[in-house]
Design a binder for this molecule. Structure first.
Ligand code: DGL
Length: 261
C-alpha cells in the first residue's frame, strides 16, 4: 500500500524513532509532524495532551496515513488508549522499556529518565507494577531537557549541568540500567554515557518500535510493495532550523516544511 506511515511527536525528538523506522522500512513513505509549538507535552495535563494528539492524528489522517506511530512516550502513555478507541487506523506507541531493564538488572536498581507526564501516567504505573514490583526504580523527571533540545542546545554547558543533576541520584542508588523514557533523549546518549560510565547500560526502545511497526504493517497487509525508496516529508509548526540541523545527514533525501497546525 502506497499510503504513508504517519509519525508525530511534541517536537523533534521522535525523529530518533523515524530514523529507526526508515532504516528498517526504507521503501515506506513517511510523514512526520513536529508539534514543536506545543512542546514540552510533559508539563501539560492529560486532557491537553489528548487534545494535541487528536489534532496531530487528524492532520495525518487527512494526508492519507495508513498507520500512525505516536513517537512520544508522553503522548503514548496519556493518549494511546483514546486514539485506539476513536480512530480506525492501527497505532504504534512507545513506552519506557522498564521490562527488559527489570529482567536484566544485577544490582536490583534501575533508573528511568522521562517526562513528568509519562511518569505520572496511569499506563506507566500499571507497567511498573507489572514488571518492576520486585526491584528498586529511581524515577527522574528530565525537567528542562526537552526545551534545551528544541532550542538547539544539545551540546551546551546548560545541558551538561542539567544532565549531571538529573543523573546523580541514580548513580547514588547504584543503578546498572538506565531506561530512556522520552524520544528526545537518544540524542543525549553520548553525553549521558559519559556521566554514568560504562557500567551503566542505556536502554531505549527505538528499534523495538520500528520492529513493531513492520510487524503490524504485515499483519494488516499494509506494507508498501515496491523497490522504490520512500518519500520522506516533515512538517513543523515552528522555525525549521533545529529540525534541519538534527536531520542534516539525510538532508538530500527529505523535505521539511513549516506548516500551521
Ligand atoms: N518526545 C517526547 C516524549 O517521548 C517529549 C515529551 C515532551 O514534549 O515533554 O516523551
Amino acid at each position: 500500500m502506497q499510503s504513508p506511515i504517519g509519525i508525530f511527536d511534541s517536537g523533534i525528538g521522535g525523529t530518533s524513532i523515524w530514523k529507526e523506522i526508515t532504516a528498517l522500512l526504507p521503501y515506506e513513505n513517511t510523514i512526520y509532524l513536529a508539534d514543536s509549538i506545543n512542546a514540552p507535552y510533559g508539563e501539560k495535563s492529560p486532557e491537553k495532551i489528548i487534545e494535541f494528539c487528536i489534532k496531530n492524528t487528524e492532520l495525518l489522517l487527512d494526508k492519507g496515513c495508513k498507520l500512525i506511530v505516536v513517537a512520544c512516550n508522553t503522548a503514548t502513555t496519556n493518549a494511546i488508549e483514546f486514539l485506539r478507541e476513536t480512530y480506525d487506523v492501527p497505532f504504534i506507541g512507545i513506552e519506557p522499556a522498564i521490562k527488559p531493564a527489570a529482567l536484566k538488572t544485577q544490582t536490583n536498581n534501575v533508573g528511568i529518565l522521562a517526562t513528568k507526564g509519562t511518569l505520572s501516567s496511569a499506563l506507566f504505573s500499571k507497567t511498573s507494577e507489572l514488571f518492576a514490583a520486585n526491584i528498586e526504580v529511581t524515577e527522574q523527571v528530565g525537567k528542562g531537557l526537552v526545551q534545551l533540545i528544541e532550542r538547539g542546545k544539545l551540546h551546551s554547558d546548560e545541558m551538561s549541568k542539567l544532565l549531571k543533576k538529573h543523573l546523580n541520584p541514580m548513580l547514588v542508588n547504584n543503578i546498572d540500567y538506565l531506561v530512556l523514557g522520552c524520544t528526545h533523549y537518544p540524542y543525549l546518549i553520548p553525553q549521558i554515557q559519559n556521566i554514568v560510565g560504562d557500567k551503566v547500560k542505556i536502554i531505549d526502545s527505538g528499534l523495538a518500535v520500528a520492529k513493531q511497526t513492520k510487524a503490524i504493517l504485515e499483519q494488516y497487509q499494509l506494507a508498501k510493495i515496491s523497490s522504490q525508496k520512500g518519500e520522506l516529508h516533515f512538517y513543523i509548526n515552528t522555525d525549521v532550523t533545529v529540525l534541519e540541523t538534527i536531520l542534516a545527514e539525510v538532508k538530500s533525501k527529505i523535505t521539511i516544511q513549516k506548516l500551521e497546525f
